[in-house]
Ligand binder design. Sequence first.
Ligand SMILES: Nc1ncnc2c1ncn2[C@@H]1O[C@H](COP(=O)(O)OP(=O)(O)OP(=O)(O)O)[C@@H](O)[C@H]1O
Ligand SMILES: [Mg+2]
Length: 358
Amino acid sequence: MPGLELEGVNVWLGAQHVLKNIDLSVAQGECVALLGPSGCGKTTTLRTIAGFIIPQEGRVSIAGKSTKDLPPNKRNVGLVFQDYALFPHMTVSENVGYGLRMRNIDGKAREQQVEQALAMVQLLHMKDRMPSQLSGGQRQRIALARALVIQPDILLLDEPLGALDRKLRDQMQVELKQLQKKLGITTVIVTHDQEEALSLADRVAVMFDGQIAEIGKPVNLYETPSSLKVMEFLGSSNILSMIVNRREASGATLSGYQTYFIQVEQCTFELDARITAAIRPEHTHILPISELAIDTLEATTVECVYKGGLVEVHCRLSDGTPIKAQSNASSVQRLNLMQQGLKIALRLDPLRLQLFSN
Ligand SMILES: Nc1ncnc2c1ncn2[C@@H]1O[C@H](COP(=O)(O)OP(=O)(O)OP(=O)(O)O)[C@@H](O)[C@H]1O
Ligand SMILES: [Mg+2]
């Protein structure tokens, strides 16, 4: 039995068709991330699951039960929104205990459950503070404790780490993941941050314009997306127009506008088909121009961008097509890649090349 199921959900807000036929099944204890551009319908999906929006068509089931006619407060859903929304006039304990109070859990029982939830987020020692006396990360954790204390069937997180700086965010991501796994709560998390989605979730659903374009395990979605649109949305990619030049049992040869040929093992396209090939910068390797060969591309360096441990080298093919390669500091020095306008050879890892029809 899935922890959460949406079947054929359609939502119109005013005249706008905001959710278009959403099907989503989340296993018990699974964490699914919704990822997509601003306005694609992520928050609307969460609000529909929570019961604040009633879909005009389709069904939402939580823990195997239909939610039809169930108001939000009867759905046993824990919610965390981006702005934490703690009650400013209540202490940390009162904030966390609010949901229990609404359920008429009082006295010692409430106190115990609040303390347990605060211990989970490691903030028990701050139980008597006011929200204004907490840092952003601490407030975030209190909001999480407040959602968890009611022992929800489902945890819905809308950009829960959006307001935190990178370092705190990384730390909270790890904590959140550990907590979610430990408690085994079925979770849907919305985020703008791809890295967050890829690192937190068991599966990621990429949404465009009210529809789920693809759902899958992070590694599959990132390495072998089913469409160019998903590939381009997730991370960085180089896009090249190619023609299927020769087909044989062992694969095919693709050629670009330049005189280079790439031998691939898998190609389902017809001979002479015009296709789009996409490859990640980390699978695009820089060689000295002396190693230019039939299976490499000639390019010119434009700029080196330091990204901590890695260096992204922006290049241009002779027809102007931009292409990014990843390198490290020692190669940058050895090949003198800091120099702009340097001629180099690029090798695209044929096993990592993704081919899409035009
Ligand atoms: N109450 C409303 N009435 C009419 N349209 C709305 C309403 N709420 C949201 N929308 C529209 O629905 C679409 C989806 O909004 P939603 O808030 O779900 O996007 P989102 O994916 O969460 O975006 P973001 O990443 O910016 O938070 C948007 O185009 C938005 O303008
Ligand atoms: Mg939103």
